[in-house]
Write a protein that binds this ligand. Sequence first.
Ligand code: CP
Ligand code: NVA
Length: 308
Amino acid sequence: MRHFLTLADLGPEAMREILDLAVKIKRAWMAGDSTPYLKNKVLGMIFQKPSLRTRVSFDVAMLQLGGNGLYLSPNEIQLGQRESTADVARVISRYVNVVMARVFAHHDVVELAKYASVPVINGLSDFSHPCQGMADFLTILEHKGNFEGRKLAYLGDGNNVATSLLFGAALLGMDFAIATPRGYGLHPATWAIGERLAAMTGATITATHDPSDAVTGADVVYTDTWTSMGQEEEAQKRRQIFPPYRVDDACLRLAKDDAIVMHCLPAHRGEEITDAVADGPHSVLFDQAENRLHAQKAILVWVLDALR
Ligand code: CP
Ligand code: NVA
């Protein structure tokens, strides 16, 4: 059974395999190929949190692959409240061919995978956002042509998105530099996984509190919200701490001249990123959003082994 819970679980080969599949599926779709690889398959989409990109891109991905997406809102399943996560996994597996879940606690998606008899895809947890990561590395490949020797700088909160970028960069041999305020860095256990993956590919990973250090010479400058879903009560405090990590024109001047700027969205314009940068010539924000669709088609086809 193939689940898709974190990029770290994949290893370098499967990471490349899914990325190659995404390139192939996107190219074919753009050329007018609509092979229904997932004909009559149903994806159950469990959401504990709001979403635009994840919800719509998975729904459309299933439609374009000849199957169906079934949206289950936070009020419906009430994972672990109305019934246990294990029972939800056992029941939903009897109806659908694959499950995607967006949860608060990462252990819920692990628990779903443990008890489901169909593949489970992590659509964002407090630990990682691997679907976003896969779309982001597809976007980097399209704009830069390769990964080795390229530098990805991440500024801001050491959150779920930063974790997936660390794992993906390490698996693909990219240099990864993260700058966070003190107390907001990646967890040491997460960093240890990144080190293990980087040792497999020769990637370098560095953590700093100095945003200039991280962004200098970067090919990719990435940021995300300072306050993730579930941390809303900390928003005011974080707004005081994070401004030095904002991606603005001055920050971008330290990166390579042809650097691309990335953000998983939703953006809080004027906080972690300025309008000038988000809408400027370096921005690839909406290519990233589009690539959620293509990358997730590859993830769905991969977990279901549907090319055979
Ligand atoms: N980037 C992302 O996952 O967006 P949504 O929260 O809108 O799904
Ligand atoms: N780090 C953000 C990503 C949103 C797509 C969050 O978890 O809210």
